[in-house]
Design a protein around this ligand. Structure first.
Ligand code: TXA
Ligand code: MG
Length: 314
């Protein structure tokens, strides 16, 4: 099994030298664990797709430790600057035009003229990016179509020996992937709901987000494929009580037959942080035949949670 090492000075140094050598390292961010590789190294990027068993057309997010470095790779628009000021470092990914001479693998953006970039808020992640001294492509560190990992253990379970080293920085605070926004023009387009609420982005942008609606045949962003976030067990939404064999996942005031709650207080931020951990736990328990989930309000982070659950239920 792949070695899991603590995110300390020696762990960071080992991880950075592996990345510089074109190897794969899983590392924590504030959203989910990423499966990192040198974004300028085609082979290293190809290894990501191999390890994940991911379809080739999915472009990856490029992670950098600062806005100043981001500017070397993409054309920043006025909109992108406002969003970066407000939300970076943090759980926002911006899709922008790639600079013609940017030293980035073509595979990283799956042949598109745009590239997705993010400055993570996790201090350990930024330390790693600085030490590696190169842009790091990192999708969520799970096999394609499975749950995103929010703990080092999830990565090991999902990827096995396909990753060269796993840095353990504990549980991810946000627990949902970053929100992906196309900021190439004047109006932001939401490509994937995530850890930063659409309303917050609209507040800074001063305009409503356009929503790119994808489906399995013509996805706006391949991350919107309906099968993308499936746990092993079937999911039933808007449930008020469990059926026989189901684990019942609550939200808000306790309901009869609840196995666990996303948030007893009805707090959507807490629910987001708990979502993947609880779905994983039910999958692992090997005693349920399905997961029933109580209704989650369709506001703020609730939209991102419902989006994940709907895809899992599809
Ligand atoms: O929170 C996160 O975003 C995590 C952590 C590790 O940073 N990463 C992550 O990466 O979720 P990934 O590869 O699983 O998701 C990338 C998303 C996908 O929905 C992909 O289709 C979209 O970003 N994306 C990437 N590049 C794009 C592009 N050039 N145009 C449109 N969508 C793009
Ligand atoms: Mg993913």
């Amino acid at each position: 099994m792949t070695e899991i090492v603590p995110l300390d000075e020696s762990g960071l140094e080992r991880a950075a030298s592996l990345l510089r050598a074109g190897r794969l390292v899983a590392f924590p961010t504030e959203t989910v664990y990423g499966l990192g590789a040198d974004a300028g190294d085609d082979k290293a990027v190809a290894r990501i797709f191999e390890a994940k068993g991911r379809p080739r057309f999915n472009p990856l997010i490029v992670h950098l430790p600062s806005l100043a470095l981001v500017e070397k790779y993409v054309e920043l628009t006025p909109l992108a600057c406002r969003l970066a000021d407000a939300f970076w470092p943090g759980a926002l990914t911006l899709v922008l035009k790639r600079k013609p001479r940017a030293r980035l693998s073509k595979l990283v953006s799956a042949g598109l003229e745009t590239v997705a970039v993010r400055v993570p808020a996790h201090g350990g992640a930024r330390d790693l990016l600085r030490l590696a001294d190169r842009p790091i492509a990192a999708p969520s560190a799970n096999r394609s179509g499975r749950l995103s990992p929010t703990q080092a253990r999830h990565v090991a379970e999902s990827l096995g020996n396909a990753v060269d080293l796993i840095l353990d920085g504990g549980a991810c605070k946000v627990g949902l992937e970053s929100t992906v926004v196309d900021a190439t023009g004047e109006t932001p387009t939401l490509l994937r709901p995530g850890g930063i609420a659409a309303e917050a982005i609209e507040g800074i942008a001063g305009t409503r987000l356009a929503v790119a609606v994808g489906d399995d045949h013509t996805p706006a962003s391949p991350g919107m494929l309906t099968s993308h976030y499936a746990p092993g067990l079937p999911i039933r939404l808007d449930a008020t009580a469990p059926r026989f064999g189901e684990a019942f996942l609550g939200f808000g005031p306790t309901r009869d037959g609840e196995a666990a709650s996303l948030s007893r207080e009805g707090d959507l931020v807490e629910a987001a942080a708990n979502l993947f951990r609880l779905l994983h736990a039910f999958d692992d328990a090997a005693r349920y035949e399905g997961i029933a989930v109580a209704p989650i309000p369709e506001i703020g982070l609730g939209r991102a949670i419902n989006d994940r659950l709907r895809r899992a239920a599809a």
